[in-house]
Design a protein around this ligand. Structure first.
Ligand SMILES: [Zn+2]
Length: 470
């Protein structure tokens, strides 16, 4: 079984002295400044190499040509720290750690029965509605107000209407809450396909509504929708002008190209809207490892998930391809693109108390962040935002101890033992989200909007301002 240990780092085996740490910090700073100062070469937009001007653009704002919004689902500070410790070491830094502007934002939802009161622990639907529409709503609601019927426009929809190219990428089912909040409006997140409409009578096509999440996505036709979730697209539409067709057939009849493998994605030209459905449900996990127990575990290593279906693209592959297609499609336009990317199974493996599953997804998400930052290096007028939708369960506890929940101990790449606890529910049972504020980091035009403590809904206005949307 192939281990995930990377090539040895130069610092391995050497104690990090105070002086060295300082030198590393200075080197990091120089690196960060260099990243800002790298000349943009032959790019058409924002070409200059004045670091002061670039720093000022981060602070003062200005228009962005493109926005790339990357969401680590359930990726609170604990999840970031656990992944960093395991992969690059306590003193290492992930790609997401390199963004120049960092703040925190609050994530609460509102109560369905009394929207004047907060629901302190949000789910992905309510939180995603916050940043995609600027409105608070109840847990389960997908870009509708707390009345369950009033649809409010999303940043992706507004961008599309304004002439930007748009994309929505996830490792989950494409109908799952986080991708859905940009591309659909339903009363309950479970309304994936035509067969799943019991909780969404107002949106049901048989009642004159816009249909399930998948039906609405097919009608919206962003340039790219990439993820899992082919099952709901096989369901047959029950009413309206597409009655009798599957949702996939509806999408194809409107001119969308459907892809089902990583190979097809690789060779896709992107001349038509692309719907990439790479699994019936969620995409497979990147890593596997020990199952935590009430008594803890012996120190163990994570391993690559060799059972992963190789026809499924990795998140970074999908992100790189999406950026390349959106960039090409907008090249001759006054408007650039808006892209949302979600690392979904950080959350799902936190629910499942699976530390290596969770870390592997966080590292895969970080690779997607690196892809976005690589693009930004030559396209300085791109706003990159990296954040989460809510906090989650996993905690770093004293090495080798047990808790009221379950723990597992992992030996990290730097050779130390890391004990992780899951204790927000009776085991076994799905671990819960938590109500903590989470990190939001950004670089590029309007990036300073994330500084300090803001709310999730403020992110909608940041994107709207950056792209001059109305
Ligand atoms: Zn969750």
């Amino acid at each position: 079984m192939k281990l995930t240990r990377p090539a040895p780092r130069r610092s391995e085996g050497r104690p990090v002295t105070r002086f060295r740490r300082r030198r590393l910090a200075v080197a990091g700073l120089i690196l960060a400044v260099t990243a800002i100062a790298v000349p943009t070469g032959a790019t058409a937009h924002g070409s200059h190499n004045d670091p002061t001007a670039d720093a000022r653009r981060n602070v003062v704002g200005g228009a962005a040509r493109n926005v790339i919004l990357l969401i680590g689902d359930g990726m609170g500070d604990s999840e970031i720290t656990i992944a960093r410790n395991y992969q690059v070491g306590a003193n290492g830094r992930l790609a997401m750690d390199s963004l120049p502007m960092t703040g925190a934002y609050t994530t609460y939802a509102v109560q369905k029965d009394d929207p004047t009161k907060p629901d302190y622990v949000t789910d992905s639907a309510a939180s995603g509605t916050g940043w995609s529409t600027g409105h608070k709503t109840y847990n389960g609601a997908v870009s509708v107000l707390p009345d369950g019927t009033t649809a409010v426009p999303t940043s992706l929809e507004l961008a599309k209407r304004a002439g930007y190219r748009t994309g929505d990428v996830t490792t989950a089912e494409i109908e799952d809450a986080t991708p859905a909040v940009q591309t659909a409006h339903v009363a309950e997140r479970s309304c994936y396909g035509p067969d799943d409409m019991a909780d969404c009578p107002a949106q049901d096509v048989r009642n004159g509504g816009p249909g399930s999440i998948a039906e609405q996505q097919a009608a919206l036709q962003p340039d790219l929708l990439l993820g899992g979730g082919s099952a709901a697209y096989q369901q047959v539409i029950k009413g309206g002008r597409y009655a009798g067709m599957t949702v996939r057939q509806k999408a194809e009849s409107l001119g969308t190209e459907v892809l089902t493998t990583a190979g097809e994605l690789k060779s896709a030209r992107g001349h038509r809207p692309i719907l990439g459905l790479f699994a019936p449900g969620n995409l497979d996990l990147e890593w596997t490892g020990p199952t935590p127990t009430e008594q803890g575990t012996q120190p163990a290593r994570c391993a690559i998930n060799t059972a992963r279906n190789s026809d499924q693209p990795h998140l970074a592959e999908m992100t790189t391809k999406a950026i390349s297609i959106l960039d090409a499609r907008s090249r001759h336009s006054r408007r650039g693109f808006f892209l949302q990317v979600e690392g979904a199974s950080i959350d799902k493996q936190d629910h499942a108390a699976n530390p290596c599953g969770q870390i592997g997804e966080t590292i895969a998400f970080d690779a997607a962040v690196r892809s976005a930052l690589d693009y930004q290096r030559t396209h300085r007028d791109t706003l990159v935002v990296v954040t989460a939708d809510h906090g989650h369960t996993s905690q770093i506890v004293e090495t080798g101890t047990t808790t009221a929940g379950v723990t597992a101990t992992l030996t990290t790449n730097e050779g130390a033992d890391l004990t992780i606890s899951y204790a927000t529910t009776e085991y076994p049972g799905s671990q819960q989200h938590t109500g903590t504020q989470v990190r939001i980091a950004a670089g590029g035009p309007q990036a300073a909007s994330v500084l300090g403590v803001t709310d999730q809904t403020d992110l909608f206005f940041t994107v709207r301002r950056a792209l001059s949307l109305h």
